[in-house]
Ligand binder design. Structure first.
Ligand code: SF4
Length: 375
C-alpha cells in the first residue's frame, strides 16, 4: 500500500480524491457506494496480477488511448500502479531483453496474469503477416494468452478483427476469441477503446477476482449495455425530426441530429456519450460527426457506406423503425456469435464465415431497400 500512497502523493493526489475516484468507478460499474472501500483496497493491494500487453496488427490507437492524458489522472495512476510488465511500445527494454521479460512473466505467473491484446491476428499464409521476434502473432497469442488468467481484447481489431478483417481481408485477420475459444475473454471494442473502460474492467477483476457481466459479444454491460442513441445529447432533435441535411448547414451549426448523415448510433452499443474522450471533454457526435459503429462486431464492412443513413428510417417519429433496423443488424451480429458459440464447441470455423456472409447479405438487402425508398 505504501508505494501506491507515495505514487498518489508524488502527483499531488490526496486520499480523499482517490476515494472519490473509487466511488465514481464503483458507480460506473453499477456497484453500491458501500463497495468504495473494497475497490480502494483492491487497487492498493500488493498482490495485484502483472499485465502483459501484446500488440499485433493495428494502428497503436489503443496504446495511444492508454497514454492519452496530458497530465496523469487518478485513473492513469491506477493503471501505472497495476504495472505493465510487458508492453513493447512503451517499455524501456527492447529486443531479446524485452522478449526475455515477457517469457519470465509467463513462467513465473502462469495462470495468474492478465493479458491485454491490441490488434487483430493474421492467420493467412501461416500467420507471416505479423511476426515479432521471429514468432507469429498466432503463436505468441496462443502461448501468452493461453496461459493468462484473463484476456482483455482492446479495440475492435483485437475483439472482432476490425479494419484489417474488412473485405477482402487479405491477411485472414481474426479477433482473439476466434484464436482462443474457451478462454476467459473480455472484449473492449471501439476504435480505439476508451481507457476508462479498461481501468474499470481491470479494477473489477482486482476487486472480485472475476470478469464483469458481459453481453453475447463478450462486452461488459457496464460499458456496452446501452445504445449510443439512448444517451446522445442530440436525441431530442432526432425525436423532434430535426436533422442535419448537409455538412455545415443550419442544422449542423445548431447541433441537430446526425442520423441522415449516416450516424450509426441507433445500432451501436457503447458508453461514448456518457464517458466521452480527452478527460470527458468531448466525443465524435458532440464534435459534429456521426457515430461510425466502431464497437460493433461487424465493423467495418457492415457500417459502410459511412455517410449513408441507416435504412428504412424515413424521418419524424422514426424511433420504432430505428429500433427495428438496429435490432435487425444487431440480430445479424447475434447470428454470427451464436454461430461462433457453436463453432467454439464444434471447432468448425467454416460456420463463422457462412454466418458473416449471411449477415452481410442481409445488411446489403437492408441498404438496397433504403436506396429504393430514397429514390
Ligand atoms: S442518430 Fe446519432 S446523432 Fe442522432 S440522436 Fe441518435 S446517436 Fe445522436
Amino acid at each position: 500500500m505504501g508505494d501506491f500512497s507515495d505514487l498518489l502523493e508524488s502527483h499531488g493526489v490526496t486520499r480523499r480524491e482517490f476515494l472519490k475516484y473509487c466511488s465514481a468507478l464503483g458507480a460506473a460499474l453499477a456497484l453500491p457506494l458501500s463497495m468504495t472501500a473494497k475497490i480502494a483496497e483492491a487497487i492498493e493491494s500488493d498482490t495485484r496480477p502483472p499485465v502483459i500487453w501484446l500488440e499485433f496488427q493495428d494502428c497503436a490507437g489503443d496504446s495511444e488511448s492508454l497514454l492519452r492524458a496530458n497530465r496523469p489522472t487518478v485513473g492513469d495512476l491506477v493503471l501505472d500502479h497495476i504495472s505493465l510488465d510487458y508492453h513493447e511500445t512503451i517499455m524501456a527494454a527492447a529486443g531479446h531483453q524485452a522478449e526475455a521479460s515477457q517469457q519470465a512473466t509467463v513462467e513465473k505467473y502462469k495462470g495468474k496474469y492478465i493479458c491485454i491484446v491490441e490488434g487483430s491476428i493474421p492467420t493467412e499464409a501461416g500467420g507471416v503477416y505479423c511476426t515479432i521476434g521471429g514468432r507469429t502473432a498466432v503463436d505468441i497469442l496462443k502461448q501468452v494468452g493461453g496461459n493468462a488468467a484473463l484476456i482483455i481484447a482492446v479495440g475492435n481489431c483485437a475483439a472482432y478483427g476490425g479494419l484489417p478483417a474488412a473485405h477482402p481481408n487479405p491477411t485472414g485477420a481474426k479477433g482473439v476469441s476466434e484464436i482462443l475459444p474457451g478462454k476467459t475473454i473480455i472484449n473492449l471494442p471501439g476504435c480505439p477503446m476508451n481507457v476508462d473502460n479498461l481501468t474499470a474492467t481491470v479494477v473489477h477483476y482486482l476487486t472480485f477476482g472475476a470478469a464483469p457481466a458481459c453481453d453475447r459479444h463478450l462486452r461488459p454491460l457496464f460499458a456496452y449495455g446501452k445504445r449510443i442513441h439512448d444517451n446522445c445529447e442530440r436525441r431530442a432533435h432526432f425525436d423532434a425530426g430535426q436533422y442535419v441535411e448537409n455538412w455545415g448547414d443550419y442544422g449542423h451549426r445548431q447541433g441537430w441530429c446526425l442520423y441522415k448523415m449516416g450516424c450509426k448510433g441507433p445500432e451501436t452499443f457503447h458508453n461514448c456519450p456518457t464517458l466521452r474522450w480527452n478527460e470527458g471533454l468531448s466525443w465524435p457526435v458532440m464534435a459534429g460527426h456521426g457515430c461510425v459503429g466502431c464497437s460493433e462486431p461487424l465493423f467495418f464492412d457492415a457500417m459502410m457506406p459511412m455517410y449513408r443513413r441507416l435504412p428504412n428510417v424515413p424521418g419524424f417519429g422514426v424511433e420504432a423503425s430505428a429500433v427495428k433496423i438496429g435490432t435487425a443488424i444487431v440480430g445479424a451480429s447475434a447470428a454470427i456469435f451464436a454461430a461462433h458459440g457453436a463453432v467454439t464447441t464444434a471447432r468448425n470455423w467454416k460456420k463463422i464465415g457462412k454466418a458473416k456472409a449471411e449477415a452481410r447479405e442481409e445488411i446489403s438487402h437492408l441498404n438496397s431497400d433504403s436506396d429504393s425508398e430514397e429514390s
